[in-house]
Design a protein around this ligand. Structure first.
Ligand SMILES: Nc1ncnc2c1ncn2[C@@H]1O[C@H](COP(=O)(O)OP(=O)(O)O)[C@@H](O)[C@H]1O
Ligand SMILES: [Mg+2]
Length: 293
């Protein structure tokens, strides 16, 4: 487990904003290794997106620094998930550019964007309920496998050794997310909060350098929300992955995010520190309400 151990080694390097600690480059094989050692930067430049004559995103621009935990807030229907769809290649922006580090994203298919190191979770769970936790995570390793997971399951020798290596990597993430005890259980029988952690795990095992989280605590109770917050803080600080977090729980965003962008009617209202954003008059008027605190 040499590479896995490297994730937590003391040989961490300074990185990202506010002195966040990114781990040193682990000894992963292949092209993906670099991407896991540090987060990528994200640059959204004048992105607009329309469907059937309706403008859903209107000239959206902001930058997320490498290693940053960046929050996006805004009312329902503001365009937050659509923006994630543009970043992950599901929607093709009508105008504008998106860059991960220096690589352009617009025009690439979702699988090609994933290969660049962009992973995401969805607003609604997207898991295989009949597969156990470990197998759901193995599916997230797909982009790093030389033999496909199904091939690996059928072959011995090199494919077998590769599967063992990937399972060890998954086990590290399963432990980080507190899922070891349920690793062999079908995902469908787990409580909702645990299922959301499995979804996070499946994104993490793909060794992303940009993680897009769409409402990771929606529908969770207070305990589950706190647990997820702590996990996201750990993921950001220990793994150094750049995280963009869309979330309705503004208190959570306030506590976790380095910076926040507020969106309304497909437009950026303000980008700034959490304190700047939640005290912005338009954000209060359009989203938070006057008695918010
Ligand atoms: N593919 C689509 N076709 C038509 N309308 C869409 C599509 N995607 C999003 N929308 C509309 O765009 C608006 C923004 O949606 P969404 O991005 O899901 O908002 P949010 O995530 O901020 O709640 C909504 O009015 C939604 O109905
Ligand atoms: Mg949404």
């Amino acid at each position: 487990m040499s590479s896995s151990t490297a994730h937590k080694s003391s040989s961490a390097v300074e990185g990202g904003p506010s002195g966040r600690v990114a781990r040193a480059a682990p000894s992963h094989e292949g092209a993906a290794s670099d991407s896991f050692s540090r987060g990528g930067s994200l640059k959204i430049s004048n992105v607009s997106f329309s469907v059937g004559g309706i403008t859903i995103l209107d000239d959206v621009s902001f930058e997320v620094k490498a290693g940053e935990l960046f929050g996006i807030i805004g009312p329902n229907g503001a365009g937050k998930s659509s923006l994630f769809n543009c970043i992950s290649g599901i929607y093709l922006p009508t105008e504008g550019q998106i860059h991960l580090s220096d690589k352009p994203i617009v025009g690439r298919r979702p699988t090609a964007v994933a290969k660049l190191g962009v992973a995401r979770t969805f607003q609604n769970l997207a898991l295989f309920n009949n597969l156990n936790v470990s197998d759901n995570l193995m599916l997230g390793r797909h982009r790093l496998m030389r033999t496909g997971y199904l091939t690996a399951a059928l072959w011995f020798g090199r494919a077998r050794r590769e599967e063992v290596k990937h399972r060890l990597e998954c086990a590290e993430i399963i432990e980080l997310l507190g899922l070891s005890e349920v690793a062999k259980l079908p995902v469908g029988v787990l409580p909702y909060g645990a299922q959301k952690r499995v979804e996070l795990g499946r994104a993490l095992v793909s060794e992303p350098n940009l993680l897009l989280l769409d409402e990771p605590v929606a529908g969770m109770n207070d305990d589950e929300t706190e647990q997820m917050s702590n996990l996201l803080r750990n993921v950001s600080q220990q793994l150094g992955i750049t995280i963009v977090l869309v979330e309705h729980d503004v208190h959570m965003v306030q506590q976790l995010a380095d910076r926040v962008c507020a969106i309304n009617f497909g437009q950026v209202v303000v980008v700034g520190s959490p304190a700047e954003v939640v005290t912005h008059p338009t954000v209060i008027e359009a989203y938070l309400g006057a008695d918010w605190s």
